[in-house]
Ligand binder design. Structure first.
Ligand code: DX5
Ligand code: ZN
Length: 227
């Protein structure tokens, strides 16, 4: 298990007319990463933020930017996000023809690489690539929108992913983060951590509250109780 829990607010739920200020505020409130959701109205039925916005947000962010690509195809846009300041780039295996090549491309561009699993996507995709990954992201909603309810089956999947991630880390000595995305809130974050997640994306649960610092503190207090 990597050293600590990380909280990654998704700026999809922020006030997009004041994005720079929102990013600074949520970092001051204790965010460890900024989660950046990229949707193309093709792979998922919504259209959100592109590299232009990532580059605009970057000077406001003193923490790494965690880009979640929900786009198809993937490879064309990877260098654009690397140039725009992404630290990590995650993608969905169904959205690229060549998963191994896309992981290599992300690394060549100087970013860490994550593979994302939709609720119905089997963890089998990890079998031949896990030793090259820096992050595994388990979706606990179907991708496309913020504010959806956490799908309970994700807990079982997190437990299975944790076993695979731990075995790979032991084998290679390389750290791999296990991230969860969708419907994460202060009242379920402890159970989600107990199932094995170490990095928590939360959009509406943070940005729909008036006091980001109090909300993140509540999440950390829950995480502190994980045995
Ligand atoms: C869903 C996105 C999520 C979303 C999370 O497709 O990948 O990152 O913004 O939002 P909440 O936390 O509101 O479920
Ligand atoms: Zn996301």
């Amino acid at each position: 298990m990597p050293d600590s829990f990380r909280i990654a607010p998704s700026i999809l739920a922020a006030d997009c007319a004041r994005l720079g200020e929102e990013v600074r505020d949520v970092i001051a409130a204790g965010a460890d990463l900024i989660h950046f959701d990229v949707m193309d109205n093709h792979y998922v039925p919504n259209l959100t933020l592109g590299p232009l916005v990532c580059a605009a947000v970057k000077p406001h962010s003193s923490v790494p930017i965690d880009v979640h690509l929900m786009v198809k195809p993937v490879d064309r846009i990877v260098p654009d996000f690397a140039r725009a300041g992404a630290a990590n780039i995650s993608f969905h295996p169904e959205a690229t023809e060549h998963v191994d090549r896309t992981i290599g491309l992300i690394h060549e561009q100087g970013c860490t690489a994550g593979l994302v699993f939709n609720p119905a996507t089997p963890l089998d995709w990890l079998m031949h690539v896990i030793d090259k990954l820096d992050l595994v992201l388990i979706m606990s909603v179907n991708p496309g929108f913020g504010g959806q309810a956490f799908i309970p089956h994700a807990l079982e999947k997190l437990r299975a992913a944790r076993r695979l991630v731990d075995a790979a880390m032991q084998r290679t000595g390389r750290p791999i983060r296990l991230e969860v995305d969708g419907g994460v809130k202060a009242d379920n974050i402890r159970a989600i951590a107990q199932a094995g997640a170490d990095t928590f994306v939360a959009g509406s649960a943070i940005f729909d509250t008036p006091d980001y610092k109090a909300t993140i503190a509540r999440m950390r207090a829950e995480l502190a109780q994980v045995g």
